[in-house]
Design a protein around this ligand. Structure first.
Ligand code: NAI
Ligand code: A1CAB
Length: 262
């Protein structure tokens, strides 16, 4: 299968690497195009095939579109029409309708991946046009499963997915950074604090995933009467951490909706 990636930045680069390192595609099946050669150079040095946007439209059955929304118009101009192609777009705010209009392809999949895709543990929100047949869907699953878990949603929910899991890792990294600093402040080394914070997050996430309990239930199990945890919870409530996190996601969501209108 010939597959092209247009826009080899953070996300396009992750997709290219994962497709090849997992053996999903052979380098001979993959073609990369980007605006500047700077981002393509390390791929060219590793034997990836470099192409132009136009060539990708002409020769690839599957085309990933991975440019910033602000660059999409120029990219669509360069791509031209690609009516028989399966298009998979990571572009924030660019709707399936717009991609169909610009490419003249009716087989369009809009995805919102996140950066744990780098190690195959991403969350991939996905919405698709109605014209995909069973074989197209199998191709999509084959190509995307090397990135992580696929969650199909209605397209109107993609902005919510963008806020929660697309941008989500950035918020998690801010929280992790703050927790590590808290450990350092109490005298732990950076390395020890980092490992303990990450293992605590991983263990807590695994516990919820494996046992399926509501997080409030386990929070209650940790919280001893007149103990340490309730003091921390009381502080969290006074600092309005819960509201601040919900507002963080809400503002991100509003921006995702705005981008869709621009
Ligand atoms: N970074 C992230 O965690 C996520 C990003 N996205 C979305 O994926 C898209 C790409 O994001 P990033 O990879 O972070 O951006 P990026 O800026 O790192 O990469 C975009 C690449 O596209 C290239 N490009 C721009 N115009 C082009 C054109 N006309 N033809 C060919 N190449 C062109 C740029 O040179 C750049 O290398 C965006 O729409 C973004 O919203 C989606 C999910 C997560
Ligand atoms: O910040 C952004 O716009 C993109 C979308 C999700 C993650 N990064």
């Amino acid at each position: 299968m010939k597959c092209g990636i247009v826009g080899v930045g953070n996300i396009g680069g992750i997709i290219a690497k994962r497709l090849v390192e997992t053996g999903t595609l052979d380098k001979s099946e993959l073609f990369l195009a980007s605006r500047t050669f700077e981002r393509l150079k390390p791929f060219a040095e590793q034997g990836f095939q470099i192409s132009s946007v136009k060539e990708i439209a002409e020769k690839c059955e599957v085309i990933f579109l991975c440019v910033k929304p602000q660059d999409s118009d120029k990219m669509f101009e360069e791509l031209g029409e690609a009516p028989d192609r399966l298009i998979i777009s990571t572009m924030t705010g660019v709707t399936i309708k717009r991609i169909v209009e610009r490419t003249k392809s009716v087989k369009v999949v809009r995805i919102m991946p996140n950066i744990p895709s780098m190690i195959g543990q991403g969350v991939i929100g996905l919405a698709k046009s109605e014209s995909l047949n069973q074989q197209d869907w199998q191709t999509v699953e084959k190509l995307l499963s090397c990135l992580g878990k696929i969650f199909e949603v209605k397209e109107e929910l993609i902005p919510a997915v963008t806020a929660l899991s697309g941008s989500g890792p950035a918020f998690i990294f801010v929280i992790v950074d703050a927790l590590i600093d808290a450990g350092i402040r109490m005298g732990l080394s950076y390395d020890l604090s980092r490992r303990m914070v990450l293992e605590t997050m991983k263990g807590s996430a695994e516990l919820l995933l494996q046992l399926g309990n509501h997080p409030g239930e386990f929070r209650h199990v940790v919280t001893s009467p007149a103990g340490t945890t309730i003091e921390g919870i009381y502080r969290m409530e006074r600092e309005r951490v819960r509201g601040a996190l919900m507002k963080t996601i809400q503002d991100t969501y509003m921006r995702a909706l705005e981008l869709q209108k621009e």
